[in-house]
Design a protein around this ligand. Structure first.
Ligand code: PLP
Length: 346
């Protein structure tokens, strides 16, 4: 899979660490059938550039390069009030000398507060040019187009990045991650039986799958839904993986059965804490000293823990968890993750 013909900015200097998690594996095994669980490893995409980086950093390397190639002076994107994607897009804009504007969707009514901490604080600190707040369910593409037209009327040029940076160009970031992982496995002499990844706007899951298929990496990927159950999520991932393969020019149809996701861990609603997320965040922090966020990676890890306890992984299977970042929003949910505020029981 040759990605070299696509323009790319570089926001991370090294491959992200690929590490075993022996203490977490041991703690989890104790609650698995027969006291045996998988051997867990982690790929630290929470250590990507545009600190504190995350999965969006990889997508933005290709998206921002495309924006610059098109002569844009402003990035326009959208997300929820505590969006990691918006924060990292803004960091990329600042680094490139571009302006940045957001359309924020209040998916949970009244969840936007101008004095909020976490990512929202960083929006203000890094100097977002404008934030337009719209109600949940709004047409985000239309709202971003309105921003672009506003700029055009001023003689400026906006570049629209879809929610989560998930289109074919953004997905190239995770196809590149597949190549990075393949090289690391070779260098470190390690192989995996399965990879567990978050599945939201689908650029991470779909891009990684395209990268696995395009590089003949025969390791199954399981996506844990952060906002949808499989019936709604899998078609999105399939479409994204296919779009990435098509863009790269690989004449392959993504097999439907290669798209696997699990649901049941994101409820009661996107971004609203639950008890399984709290357990996952506490367990990883207290066994490996690695922090997860409450909106995405905490729920994704809860999915991995749940699958292990159901006996989904064979004993001694080596399973890789992809940490996709998101840490600043942890500060907006401190009481919930410390068990000091009530959360929904799943
Ligand atoms: C920390 C984190 N993990 C996972 C995801 C989900 O990734 P994707 O939207 O590419 O499916 C997101 C999306 O915003 C995220 O911020």
């Amino acid at each position: 899979m040759d990605l070299s013909r696509f323009p790319r900015r570089r926001y991370t200097t090294h491959p992200t660490p690929l590490e075993p998690m022996p203490r977490f594996s041991q703690a989890l095994a104790a609650s698995c059938p027969g006291g045996q669980g998988p051997e867990l490893w982690i790929k630290r995409d929470d250590m990507l550039g545009l600190f504190p980086g995350g999965n969006k950093t990889r997508k933005l390397e290709f998206l921002v390069a495309d924006a610059l190639a098109q002569g844009a002076d402003t990035l326009i994107t959208c997300g929820a009030p505590q969006s990691n994607h918006c924060r990292i897009t803004l960091a990329a804009a600042v680094k490139e000398g571009l302006k940045c504007r957001f359309v924020i969707e209040e998916r949970v009514p009244h969840s936007f507060h101008d004095d909020a901490s976490g990512n929202h604080f960083m929006f203000r600190l890094m100097g977002v040019e404008a934030i337009t707040v719209v109600p949940g369910g709004s047409n985000m593409a239309q709202a971003m187009q309105a921003e672009a037209e506003l700029l055009m009327a001023q003689g400026r040029k906006g570049y629209i990045i879809p929610g989560g940076g998930s289109n074919a160009i953004g997905g190239l970031g995770y196809a590149a991650c597949a190549q990075e992982l393949q090289q690391q496995c070779f260098d470190q002499g390690v192989s995996f039986d399965r990879v567990v990844v978050g599945s939201g706007s689908s650029g991470t899951h779909g891009g990684l799958l395209a990268g696995f298929l395009g590089n003949h990496i025969q390791v199954p990927i399981v996506g844990v839904g952060v906002s949808r159950d499989p019936a709604d999520q899998e078609p999105l991932v399939h479409r994204e993986a296919q779009a990435v393969l098509d863009l790269v020019g690989i004449p392959m149809t993504v097999p439907r059965e290669a798209v696997v996701s699990v649901g049941g861990y994101w409820q009661p609603k996107y971004s609203i804490p639950n008890d399984k997320m709290v357990e996952a965040v506490q367990m990883l922090a207290r066994t490996e000293g690695i922090l997860l966020d409450p909106v995405y990676t905490g729920k994704i890890m809860a999915g991995l823990i749940g699958l292990a306890r159901q006996g989904f992984f064979k004993p001694q299977e080596r399973v890789l968890f992809l940490h996709t970042g998101g840490l600043p929003s942890l500060h907006a949910y401190e009481n919930e993750v410390l068990g000091k505020a009530p959360v929904v029981k799943l």
